[in-house]
Design a protein around this ligand. Structure first.
Ligand code: BES
Ligand code: MN
Ligand code: ZN
Length: 501
């Protein structure tokens, strides 16, 4: 897909479809008004007939015979005063997905005047357009991939062209990174083992010139990563610890570590999960996929900041050498762990991964993990959980992350939860009671980050969605790529978050 920018007057645009935004106030202005005029009031008619009211997500298709554009695809964006740039990803995604299915391959999209930051607007539109093209049927003899638009052209005024171009390029990179993460997560566990993941990470690193180091089990053992290796013990597939390095500011000693849970299949181990929905546990590497894809994006967007991406990858299976409930593991920082439940494996691999981040000199750590069912109970599929040992850090992250199409909601990490994770026989145990499961999981990881400012993102409910939406296929979502990229850029620019418009 090529994303272009044009300042030609909307009524003169040659395209298979012209995508126009309308709002709930039913007022047609600017370019939309001009298009309506050449169509003899066809857009106004769609309102007058009651077909749409301009509410968010409403759509209508109008054919435009004898015009350079062959169709007009109208999309409602809801309340004009409350409109935010992040909704533009849905706007573009809905159009590209719908029109693609109708085999329309040249699409022009009006950039709504309501978003003053044109670079941001173009970025979100490009991102949504690129993300609309992934489908989930890749193992079918005849995959039903939507027809991908050949060109998506963003229409703005002559003054906006430069900002739109910069934004379009930015959004295309973010959208492609999101799709990389989604495709990795979509692969079944027999095609996405830790070894496959490491190979994929190497390919991606090579593409964009990132440094990469993949630690095998021997090196992990030499460093005392007994917690991570405890998880891989039950599988014939060896664990891998993938480390990607992006140096965007060689003179700075600041180093942000992004750490992603990479359980390529989570059977639960000896504490085996029920069969129902167990197949979904191929997505248990979504955090790792997100981190690897984010690093790929950063290498191209080049923010002035140093970032390391760490992905501990392992299967969690009940093989003959599997760790058993009651076993004691020793992590690389020397702490001992009583394994109460082998299904609480994410925190075990993350324990060594965050300790390794510290060893590599991380000055800030963000981990992302499909860590707990409890977080899904608390927040559903609506938002990722955020837990931290540094309130200011979390606040700064959430302010930026929530201007993206992803949503983040903080859960408290009271000391009570750390108390609950103390073991009778060892330093820590890996599972607490049923209650506050997202927080006790985070409290366990907290014990391995030490004094480093840290945020934990529980993406168990947001990394994949059970239903298709108008702008995106069902399945893996690419969360947390959008938020991580936005946060790293905000941190690098030192300007704090861009506002929502
Ligand atoms: N990968 C799961 C968490 C999960 C559940 C992700 C549902 C996505 C959807 C994780 O490894 C797990 O099994 N967590 C346990 C922890 C418990 C044993 C302390 C859980 O949430 O039940
Ligand atoms: Mn588990
Ligand atoms: Zn898991």
């Amino acid at each position: 897909m090529q994303i272009l920018v044009s300042s030609e007057a909307a009524p003169k645009i040659k395209a298979g479809a012209l995508v126009v935004p309308v709002f709930a106030d039913a007022k047609l202005d600017g370019a939309v008004k001009a298009v309506d005029a050449v169509l003899g009031g066809a857009i106004a008619d769609v309102f007058a007939s009651g077909e749409i009211a301009g509410k968010a997500g409403e759509t209508a298709l109008v054919h435009a015979k004898d015009h350079p554009f062959k169709r007009v695809f109208i999309i409602g964006l809801g309340d004009r005063a409350k409109f935010e740039a992040k909704s533009l990803a849905k706007y573009a995604g809905t159009a590209v997905r719908y029109l693609g299915k109708k085999k329309v391959t040249s699409i022009s999209i009006l950039v709504p005047a309501e978003v003053r930051d044109k670079r941001l607007a173009a970025s979100r539109i490009a991102e949504g357009a690129v993300e609309a093209t992934v489908d989930t049927t890749l193992y079918r003899s005849e995959p039903d991939k939507p027809v991908e638009a050949e060109t998506v052209t963003l229409l703005g005024t002559a003054n906006d062209v430069n900002a739109l171009r910069a934004g379009a390029r930015h959004g295309q990179v973010v959208g492609e990174a999101v799709n990389i993460a989604r495709r990795m997560a979509l692969l079944p566990a027999n095609d996405m083992t830790p070894t496959h993941m490491a190979a994929r990470a190497r390919d991606l690193a090579k593409q964009v010139g990132l440094k990469i180091d993949v630690l095998d089990e021997k090196r992990m053992k030499a460093m005392g990563m007994g917690s991570l290796l405890g998880v891989s013990a039950g599988s014939s597939q060896p664990a891998k610890l993938i480390v990607m390095t992006y140096t965007g500011n060689p003179r700075s000693s600041e180093k942000l570590a992004l750490v992603g849970k990479g359980i390529t299949f989570d059977s639960g181990g000896i504490s085996i999960k029920p069969a129902t929905d167990m197949h979904e546990m191929k997505y248990d590497m979504s955090g790792a996929a997100g981190v690897i894809a984010t690093m790929w994006a950063l290498a191209q967007l080049k923010p002035r900041i140093n970032v390391i991406g760490i992905a501990p990858a392992s299967e969690n299976l009940p093989g003959p050498d599997a760790v058993k409930p009651g076993d004691i593991l020793r992590a690389m920082n020397g702490k001992t762990i009583e394994v109460i439940n082998t299904d609480a494996e994410g925190r075990l691999v993350l324990a060594d991964a965050v300790a390794y981040a510290n060893k590599l000199g991380a000055t800030k750590i963000i981990d992302a993990a499909t860590l707990t069912g409890a977080c899904v109970v608390a927040l559903g599929h609506a938002a990722s959980g955020v837990m931290t040992n540094d309130e200011a850090f979390a606040k700064q992250f959430m302010t930026v992350a929530n201007t993206t199409p992803e949503r983040y909601w903080q859960l408290p990490l009271y000391d009570d939860f750390s108390q609950e994770m103390k073991s009778e026989i060892a330093d820590l145990k890996n599972a607490g009671s049923r209650w506050g499961g997202a927080e006790t999981g985070a409290a366990f990881i907290k014990a391995f980050v030490g004094e480093t400012p840290w945020i934990h993102l529980d993406i168990a409910g947001t990394a994949y969605l059970p239903n298709e939406s108008p702008h995106m296929a069902k399945g893996p979502t690419g969360t947390p790529v959008r938020a991580l990229v936005a946060y790293v850029e905000a941190l690098a620019s030192g300007k704090g978050p861009r506002n929502g418009r």
